[in-house]
Design a protein around this ligand. Structure first.
Ligand code: HEM
Length: 348
């Protein structure tokens, strides 16, 4: 998001309270101002207008709609996992997680023809063309698919979104950029971290592989626990002055809402610095809370469940190699990965 943060809200209760109070902690802000000048929608707008966009997008993301895709997700996970583990050793982020997440988005959005292009952007679309952050690659793609959608509509999500009507008006090309951009970004690095983190954790803790194979009913809880522990999106900004309300914007308007602090709050989670796949009560904040709660939460959970089941069914074990690049948090959280840029594994 890259905005200058001057204060922070942390702790499970305080974070949940703040996320409910959109009139005090507003999402009406311009993120990534170095690479874009439009709002990501519905992420960067407040209720009541936020509800209109969110309701229009909801049908693609409700659980029954996503569950219909499970057979296709299963085939993709099985194929990519067996190819990956056919090698003696491999790198999970670039050879498995990113391609799989992009293939799954291709299924969800009915855009299989774009998957290689999305993979080619690498882990961060703003640096797809080089080390300096730049929006040209993403915006070139979004403008092209918008033109295609309005001139030759088809059965894909871009065609449907280009025709969305909000308050009696068909959305503009800029609104299309804002919606399609966040739909591509939201389900990308986050799910890549979750799937990579699953392989990392189980590689370091083979006893949990045995437990999940013996008691598959623990799989759903294990995914919730890994979502908590990995917190793929650790924080988001809010502004105390909605940016479209005035041109007199105080410099200290940004507050960081620290989801990860809620996930490691010892008053809610016993022994939070360890992964406990048998944890029963798990009100984690990894998908946020309140009106902006992740729209893709069912997609992420279903992708992870399908992936984990396919991984366990392979009936192999693996170990994590020391050439991996994992940055851990500091302080009490030295067991918790902040960023996994490369995870090398070998069959054991
Ligand atoms: C493990 C995976 C994921 C995590 C941890 C995650 C996390 C989050 C969080 C914390 C928010 C709230 C942001 C805020 O309050 O400002 C959010 C919002 C959002 N996410 Fe996700 N997300 C994940 C996967 C996905 C997927 C798969 C999609 C779509 C395919 C998606 C699309 C969105 C969208 C559109 C929003 C904005 C919702 C709104 O503003 O109403 N996310 N996500």
């Amino acid at each position: 998001m890259k905005v200058p943060i001057t204060s922070e809200i942390s702790g499970h209760k305080a974070v949940r309270d703040a996320l409910r109070k959109t009139e005090i902690y507003s999402s009406d802000l311009q993120g990534d101002a170095d690479v874009r000048d439009y709002r990501q929608i519905p992420l960067e707008i407040d209720p009541p207008r936020h509800h209109l966009y969110r309701a229009a997008l909801m049908p693609y993301f409700v659980r029954p709609a996503v569950e219909k895709l499970i057979p296709q997700f299963e085939k993709m996970s099985q194929d990519l996992l067996s190819n990956f583990f056919a090698q003696e050793k491999g790198e999970v982020v670039s050879e498995l997680a990113l391609p799989l997440v992009m293939e799954n988005l291709g299924i969800l959005y009915n855009r299989p023809q774009d998957v290689s292009e999305w993979i080619g952007w690498g882990p961060d679309v703003w640096t797809a063309a080089g080390p300096v952050r730049n929006g040209d690659v993403l915006h070139g793609y979004l403008d092209r698919v918008y033109q295609e959608a309005i001139s030759e509509p088809s059965e894909d999500i871009w065609s449907q979104i280009s025709q969305l009507v909000i308050e009696d008006k068909v959305i503009s090309p800029i609104e299309f950029r804002g919606i399609a951009g966040v739909l591509l970004a939201g389900g990308r690095d986050t799910v890549v971290k979750l799937l990579t983190g699953i392989i990392w954790h189980l590689g370091e803790h083979p006893e949990d592989i045995q437990l999940l194979r013996a008691q598959p009913e623990l799989i759903e809880g294990a995914i919730q626990e890994l979502l908590r522990f990995l917190t793929p999106l650790p924080a988001m900004a809010r502004t105390t002055t909605p940016e479209s309300s005035t041109s007199e914007l105080p410099l200290d308007r940004y507050t960081q809402i620290n989801f990860i602090s809620g996930n490691f709050d010892e008053s809610v989670f016993a022994n939070p610095y360890a992964v406990d796949i048998k944890r029963t009560r798990n009100p984690h904040l990894s998908f946020g809370f309140g009106p902006h709660t992740c729209l893709g939460n069912h997609v992420a959970e279903i992708e992870a469940k399908v992936f984990l089941k396919a991984l366990l069914a392979l009936d192999i074990d693996w170990k994590i190699l020391s050439q991996s690049h994992i940055k851990f948090y500091g302080g009490q959280m030295t067991s918790v990965p902040d960023h996994i840029s490369a995870l090398w594994v070998a069959k054991s």
